[in-house]
Design a protein around this ligand. Sequence first.
Ligand SMILES: Cc1cc2nc3c(=O)[nH]c(=O)nc-3n(C[C@H](O)[C@H](O)[C@H](O)COP(=O)(O)OP(=O)(O)OC[C@H]3O[C@@H](n4cnc5c(N)ncnc54)[C@H](O)[C@@H]3O)c2cc1C
Length: 566
Amino acid sequence: MFRKATPTGAFSYRTRAGYLDRFQRETFDLVIIGGGITGAGIARDAAMRGLSVALLDKGDFAAGTSSRSSKMIHGGLRYLRYLQIRLVRESLREREVLLRIAPHLVHPFPYIFPVYESGSTSRLQLKVGLVAYDLLAGSRRVEHHTMLSADDLLKMEPALRRDGLQGGVRYFDCLVDDARLTLATISSAARHGAVVVSYAEVTDLERDDERVTGVRFRDHLDGRTGTVRSRVVVNATGPWTDELRAKGGAAPMLRPTKGIHLTLPHSSLPLSAIVAFPALDDRLIFAVPLGDCTYVGTTDTDYSASPDQAKADAADVEYLLSSVNATFQGAHLSPSDVISTWTGVRPLVFEEGAPSDVPRDYEIEMEPAGLASITGGKLTTYRAMAEDLVDRVLEKERKRFGWSVAPCRTAESPLPGGQLAGFERFAEATTSVLEETWGLPRPAAERLVRTYGAEYIRVLAYALPDRQLLRPFLPGGSVLRVEAIYAAAEEMALTLDDFMARRTDLMLFDHNHGLNAASEAARLMGNVLGWDRRQRQRQVERYREAVAAMTAFAADEQPAAAKKLP
Ligand SMILES: Cc1cc2nc3c(=O)[nH]c(=O)nc-3n(C[C@H](O)[C@H](O)[C@H](O)COP(=O)(O)OP(=O)(O)OC[C@H]3O[C@@H](n4cnc5c(N)ncnc54)[C@H](O)[C@@H]3O)c2cc1C
């Protein structure tokens, strides 16, 4: 039952064919459908406990909601307003765990909450909330809050509107690269023996009289179909949960809501901290400075169409821009300022009420026999959700299958790259060494360490035969050419989009969506993946199409990306 962890090479295009063969030959303890953060967490936990695990995703890992979040690992200050103390406490505890196991991906960041005369939150309410928040967190890694006068606030964030400003607060929560957190979790699962395959869609559930016994799938890369046998199937398909449950004859669980973000040039909304502010309808939204962009979000509206079709529309963009224009002086932003938008569908557990009032709790359903479904929750709480699901499956099925397993270790065991005590000191020292001895530009050196953590050295190893690979793709940029090779060889990136949108954030945060790097990235990935000239061209065309779709949020407006194509 206990397999040895595979140190490296388990999460690579090289292993994909072998994994598909194993699907045909083996019966797994768990087959997990969905490679978002929820499925990733379950795969890692179950594999570390010694269960045999397979995981399939119909697209790239993290391509669903898990790369479309607000990218915050947070307790959720606003949930205190609804007295959801248990959720806030659990989220803050998990924030602490993630700072420990993934210090390269999760980092504390200052947040500002301005209070205006016309707003519905007073300084006193905020003070009480934040004292509770700090107490619940009990953290030594994340600073406590400070109350600020209007003058102090304006010194920190001069872009804020002055009239009616009464003061506010500075507190700390965390930011994360959501897609890379998911990828690191799946990579860890694979290193512990999980068989993980992307671009393999589950098309149906296998059943005998009593129970679900496996899944049927289609490989989207070569069109082949197959079956995977399993003792228990886990439905972790986020907003697609009910589609899968319907195949097993199970009742729906979800109330999906759509959330969009938009990215603006930092110069048009120059902030140094994350600003939490009320939208025009008094919902709390955030403006987040990231590199030379600021992103703003999110909306929260009921959504009933397929999650595959979800995109920002003109009304979503207008809602966010008007809210920004009302809070920041001199911000006369219009849709033409928007660099990109991204859209996610929240897999919320069904409950009546306004979308933003629906609790972010999760639910596990163990019927019909042999199928466990999990939905709801947050990126922040994924690890605890996974632990709970694996515990529940074990409690129900351990005797039937004679499983004997190790206890959960995911809260202590670092994610790949995270095996570093004192990360900040390590990051600063290593960044300087990379600058001085490898000649890397500072932004690139910094990105390398903060993206790959202790595993940055494995990326560099791919540049040993050719130091030119240490050049950034774009002038002044921080993404290195060698990363495209590494993504294809070691991170299961199978398309150009996988690299541009989830292994890096060029698609969302480069002002031209990385289009000027696309051909070179396709060439480098193609050398690893064996693409011929036509395949490379096709990858670049598809990427352009994806960018154009992402930026075409207004029916009557030409897509921003189409305007900027070189
Ligand atoms: C706008 C927005 C902002 C958010 N911000 C935050 C935040 O800041 N902090 C936070 O903690 N949480 C946040 N959340 C919540 C968080 O992002 C989600 O709870 C989480 O990402 C859900 O992950 P998941 O794995 O359940 O779903 P997903 O990430 O959607 O994964 C489901 C996967 O299942 C796959 N799949 C579907 N059908 C099939 C099939 N038939 N066969 C194979 N695979 C299939 C999909 O391809 C997909 O990859 C936000 C959510 C939204 C929408």
